[in-house]
Every structure is written in C-alpha cells, then in structure tokens.
Ligand binder design. Structure first.
Ligand SMILES: NC(=O)c1ccc[n+]([C@@H]2O[C@H](COP(=O)([O-])OP(=O)(O)OC[C@H]3O[C@@H](n4cnc5c(N)ncnc54)[C@H](OP(=O)(O)O)[C@@H]3O)[C@@H](O)[C@H]2O)c1
Length: 312
C-alpha cells in the first residue's frame, strides 16, 4: 500500500503496472437515475476519485453523464479518476464478453476502463434478460461455460488495451485460487463484502501475499439498522476520536490495507464519508476483536443480487 499522511489519499498499486487504485471508492449501486447523477457529482466534488459501476446497476449512462460534467466543471482529467465496471452473469459466454464491455464503455462515455470485473462467478443463461428464471422463479444457470472460459476472454480485453486491469467479485478463496493458478493475466482486484462482522481475514491474507487488491463493499453494513453503524464498539470509538461511526468504519477498512466502496447519496454524506483520518492503534485492535459474525449479502452463494438497497 502507498501510505499517505492523508488517509483519504491512500492509493494501492495494481499488479502488472496497471496504475493505482484510490483506496476510498464511491459505489454507484443507486436505484434512482436522478439520485445517481447528483450523488456521483457530489462524490466527485467531495474528493472521491474512484467510481465503481456495473452493467447490472442499470445506470452506467447516468454515471457517465455525471462524471463528464463533473470532470469538466472541476478541471479534473480522466486520468485522475479510476473507473470500474462489471460483466454481468448473463454475459459469461466468451463471445459475449467483448460486446458487453464495449456496451458498458459506450454507456459510460469513456475510452478505457481502469478495471473490469466479473461481477459474480455464476453464469446465467446467456441473453439480454439479466435475471432469467424458470417457471418456479429459480435462476437459470448456464452450465456450458466455466469461469476460466470467461476469464480468458477478460484477458483478451487487457491484450487489446481497452482495460488496464481485470478482476473478480463475489468470489470465494477457493475459486480465486483456482483462477489465479490457471490465469495468464492474474486477477488484479477482488471485490467482496467485508466489514468488521465479516472481516474475510483469510482471503485478505491471500490477496496480500499475491499482490491482489482486496476491495471491500458493505463497509457500513449496507446501512442496515440496527447494525454496524450502531455497534457499541464502533460508536464508543467514534465518540472518543470525534468522528462518526461511518468514518470509523471506513478508516478501519483503509488502515487494514483494503480498498473500500461506500455509497453516500447526499453531498453532506459524501463529505462525511470522504473525511477519514487514521485511528489510534488500540481502536483498530478493538475493532479487530469484535466477535459478531454476519454476512449481509447472499449474492456470493447464488449470483442473484442478495441485497436490495433501501428505497428500491
Ligand atoms: N460486487 C457486489 O456484488 C456488490 C454488492 C453490493 C455493493 N457493491 C458495491 O459497493 C458499493 C457500496 O455499497 P454498500 O451498500 O456496500 O455501501 P455502504 O456505504 O456500506 O452502505 C450504503 C448505505 O449506508 C448509508 N450511509 C452511507 N453513508 C452513511 C453515513 N455517513 N452515515 C450513515 N449511513 C450512511 C446509506 O444510506 P442513505 O441511502 O440514506 O444515504 C446506504 O443505505 C455499491 O454502491 C456497489 O458499487 C458491490
């Protein structure tokens, strides 16, 4: 990790000389198109330089518009921001990967992506239906394509220079090891749920050993209440250091060497979530000793989005 005296500016190097990822990232999983635009602009203005998107979120066009306007207004260059999007489950067949990538790129209005992720290791029936189901409502999987087949098509995107790095999301340690061992271009990033109730320590250690950036989502427990934002240990630390629980949770994530995604939807929240500073060592230890264990997002088990944001 590139240490910075300013925790907000922490940048983590990507393997293969693919640049650096700003550790503090803004997630765009926002159901409302108008809110997507204002929240993305607010995040850029607050200082966020890392934007996490996905074709499945259905709002790449809005994110792209907001970034275009925000970059122009702030005199910020494309190279100064880091943009990720993700390949959805219904596009895992190798011949569908490049078209899906190009479509996302066009919707975002960008010429290249900093990072492209396979959104989940589960392949759904190929096609335009992002949520194919049988008569009983069960997800329809595609058993004729392996994750390695899809990964090889992702490697071709890097070869063609349209995408600087590739990675995986919602993946288990065993699945990651299998791809890592077979891959010609190793995964640069893994995006998974991680928070004090689900620290994923073993996966984090493996990523550190292999130089893979560990990118955590749900750092605030998806905002579910009661939950992490009201946790007794987190609240006590927040009161002691004069920060909010959200700031404590985000600082902990960055200080343990992960990148992290958060989704503030207002300008005030964007400023709050960007304004993190280092925690005292004993506070980090206290958080690491929290015993509660809870996974909030079940997507990792089925590939079906496991969490519907409040308000959807
Ligand atoms: N790979 C995957 O499968 C996957 C799955 C889920 C998410 N993600 C990514 O991760 C990103 C982060 O999403 P997340 O749900 O994990 O984010 P999060 O920041 O943990 O949770 C967002 C929730 O926290 C609330 N919140 C934000 N800032 C707050 C603050 N300062 N104080 C109190 N509450 C606050 C928001 O409330 P308000 O709505 O009221 O602002 C919202 O309900 C997503 O946008 C997406 O890019 C990826």
């Amino acid at each position: 990790m590139i240490e910075s005296s300013d925790l907000r500016m922490t940048r983590i190097p990507l393997s293969h000389g693919a640049g650096h990822m700003p550790a503090l990232g803004f997630g765009t999983l926002i159901p409302d198109p108008a809110v997507t635009i204002t929240a993305t602009r607010d995040a850029l203005e607050a200082g966020f330089r890392h934007f996490d998107c996905a074709e499945r979120y259905g709002n790449e066009h809005e994110v792209g518009k907001a970034l275009e306007a925000g970059l122009a207004a702030g005199g910020i260059a494309r190279e100064d921001i880091f943009v990720t999007t993700k390949l959805w489950n219904s596009n895992h067949r190798p011949q569908r990967v490049e078209p899906a990538f190009e479509t996302s790129l066009a919707r975002l209005g960008l010429k290249y992506l900093d990072l492209y992720l396979i959104h989940t290791p589960f392949a759904f029936q190929p096609g335009d239906d992002q949520d194919p189901r049988d008569q009983n409502g069960n997800a329809l999987y595609d058993h004729d394509v392996t994750l390695l087949d899809t990964w090889k098509a992702m490697e071709t995107l890097v070869d063609h220079g349209k995408c600087r790095a590739i990675g995986l999301s919602d993946i288990s340690l065993n699945e990651l090891k299998s791809i890592y061992e077979s891959a010609r271009i190793k995964p640069s990033v893994v995006q998974v749920e991680a928070q004090p109730y689900l620290p994923e320590t073993e996966l984090l250690e493996y990523c550190k050993e292999k130089g893979i950036v560990f990118l955590a989502f749900a750092p605030l427990g998806h905002g579910v209440r009661p939950g992490l934002l009201e946790d007794r240990v987190i609240s006590a630390i927040a009161a002691r250091v004069g920060k909010t629980p959200a700031q404590v949770l985000l600082a902990w994530a960055v200080e343990r060497g992960t990148a992290v995604l958060t989704t503030p939807r207002s300008a005030a929240r964007a400023r709050e979530n960007f304004d993190i500073s280092p925690l005292p060592e004993d506070a980090l230890d206290e958080i690491n000793r929290i015993q509660t264990r809870q996974r909030l997002n079940e997507v990792v088990k089925t590939g079906v989005p496991g969490f519907i944001p409040q308000g959807r």
